[in-house]
Design a protein around this ligand. Sequence first.
Ligand SMILES: [Zn+2]
Length: 320
Amino acid sequence: MRAPLLESSKRRKKIRLRIAIILLVTLIPTFLTGFIIGKSYAANEKNFKNELTDKVKPAISQGKEQSGVNKASLKISDAKANKDTKENSTNEKDVPVNKGEDKTEVGTEPEKEKEDLGKVVYLTFDDGPSNLTDQFLDILQAHDIKATFFMQGTNLQKEHLQESVIRTTREGHYIGGHSMTHKFNTLYEDYQFIPEMTETLQLIHDITGTNPTLVRPPYGSAPGLNSEQIRNQIVDAGIKVWDWTIDSNDWKLKDNPTQIIEAIKNGTNSDREVVLMHEKPQTLAALPGIIQFYKEQGYKFVVYDEENHFYLNFQNDIRM
Ligand SMILES: [Zn+2]
């Protein structure tokens, strides 16, 4: 009676062992497949997010300092993607999603292409209109470049120059105000800055039909606009004030276009430059060289846009 019992117990053990083996054989591949798919999906997603971070850069509107860092960028551990926080600040939903098709590896994007999209230069010309305005416009037109002009009231009043003023606007350039008298004492010590700028902007409107809001203070906003009270009045008047990032010193480099180009080359060190120049013969002579330099450096030429205003004044007053 003992032998059959032993037999039956052995058989049950064998059956349990077989069931265990069958379970293992079926479950292990299932787990492995799931694990591999999961890993590969995670890797794809990571690449996709890194690509987004590189591609959103040009979508960032010029000049708007953005402090928000989006969710996707926070998850990216790639040091390259995080090296520039500006690159990480665009809303994910604004980027076209092409997850399936886009197989570009991170880091294979040509360096030049990035430069082309990221660097911008604003060429600005003060003190016009002048009898050289048309020649400036000819050079800009030949290169299909838009620029920003700050014109002076007493010159705007000269009727023989007004056709050039109209042409400036017609060809897509921006004209802002540069005061009526250009006199330091009158503007800043006799408090004529706002009335003079208002009159200049009105003159530009009368000639071109535009409604400009941007002005450039003669001699710059410092020290002229040190008074907060005057700046409050400028803000109340809806006037925006632009200084510059590079002073070409062109006005004092008479007959020396080469040195103007050198001054600009030496001053260029940022992805967004605003170059101060004047409607002078030596500047006209230097202009093709200046354009060539920025093209070689991968800069895009842009014109002031009220919709995308950013503050640029030596007073660091973010309101104007
Ligand atoms: Zn000036």
